[in-house]
Design a protein around this ligand. Structure first.
Ligand code: GAL
Length: 339
């Protein structure tokens, strides 16, 4: 055996001896990389970009999480007015892939023309029909229509078809949201009757039709409602009606959706950190729950540059701790945040 061959044999021997160690090292490395990529960086106040390098346009929208994938719908305000509805998806809420315009003004509903404001599109997945359902504020350019539109699709990415549009149960309806209770019952909640009250509409089990309306917060002129349930208590955040200008976010809690809402109490700073709520996102991991306030920083400085703001909040014992974290790390899988 010459010197080079001896060296080769030795190397092979060493390799065999070290194989378990190398495998272990690789495993640790893999876990470290996974652990690192599990942590995404959320930067509030800055534009988000999708994987094609375009600014994310998803205002006034909401999120749907399925099998670890977060879907985000929202208004595409690239041209300020007459928004379309965009869909994105992400595994970490940092890297967003664009799925396209799932509702296009004047194209999805050519019979209704191109002069409709599609605002606050909210996506749900109906367990009974398996269909994806979107409720939104469907407005005329002078906000006189006060209507909703309901779309549905067999697939989250579309194509979506218009189910119906008009005033729910004949009631004038503007700023809106949806809420799905723990038993799967879905609700549409909106600012009704010329912004005077909130209307809570219980929906049919296919999520497509309103069955009944309960008037909440009578005369309090609230909008941008966002409801979440924590154990047996419902929390609702809402704003006053000041158009695109931010105002004080208020909390109300109740043990029942249809009655007993507590008087409004201020949360966060005087102008909700220059935002208006679009929703509260709940992340769960085992017994751990993380709530994220999702808001729009409108006109920053113009409508197309409005920002999506997401910040962790604490909902406990009927109170809401609503600080503002400009940047933080989020572990979607573990429902954790750290600075
Ligand atoms: C806000 C509302 C927005 C949009 C805007 C128009 O109060 O939350 O969704 O309708 O008014 O001025």
């Amino acid at each position: 055996m010459d010197k080079d061959t001896a060296h080769l044999v030795l190397t092979k021997k060493q390799y065999r001896m070290k194989t378990p160690h190398i495998l272990l090292l690789l495993l640790v490395l893999c876990q470290t990389v996974t652990a690192q990529t599990d942590w995404s960086q959320i930067r509030n106040g800055q534009p988000w970009y999708d994987t094609q390098g375009n600014v994310v346009q998803a205002h006034g929208g909401n999120f749907l999480i399925e099998d670890g994938t977060v879907y985000m719908v929202g208004e595409d305000r690239t041209h300020s007015w007459y928004p379309d509805v965009n869909l994105y998806h992400s595994r970490d809420m940092q890297v967003w892939e664009y799925d396209g315009k799932i509702i296009q003004n004047g194209v999805t509903t050519p019979e209704l023309g191109t002069t409709r404001m599609i605002e606050r599109p909210k996506l749900m997945h109906c367990p009974k029909t398996g269909r994806y359902v979107i409720w939104c504020h469907y407005e005329a350019s002078d906000y006189s229509a006060s209507e909703v539109a309901v779309f549905s699709s067999a697939s989250v990415t579309g194509p979506y078809r218009l189910e119906w549009s008009g005033r729910p149960l004949g009631i004038k309806s503007r700023d809106c949201n949806v809420f799905v209770d723990d038993d799967g019952t879905a609700y549409f909640i909106s600012t009704i009757q010329e912004n005077q009250h909130l209307g809570l509409f219980r929906l049919s089990d296919d999520y497509l039709r309103p069955l009944e309306c309960t008037v909440l917060m009578r005369g309090l002129r609230r909008e941008a409602p966002a409801i979440v349930r924590v154990d047996s208590l419902y929390y609702m955040l809402s704003s006053a009606c000041t158009g695109w200008d931010p105002n004080q976010c208020m909390l109300s809690v109740s043990r029942s959706l249809t009655q007993g809402w507590s008087p409004l109490t201020p949360v966060g700073d005087r102008i909700a950190y220059d935002t208006q709520a679009s929703g509260i996102l709940t992340l769960r991991r085992g017994k751990r729950t993380l709530h994220l306030y999702v808001g729009d920083r409108w006109k920053d400085p113009d409508l197309p540059q409005s920002k999506i703001i997401i910040t962790p909040i604490t909902l406990r014992d009927g109170r809401c701790h609503f600080p503002y974290m400009k940047t933080y790390r989020l572990n979607l899988r573990k429902a954790l945040v750290k600075p």
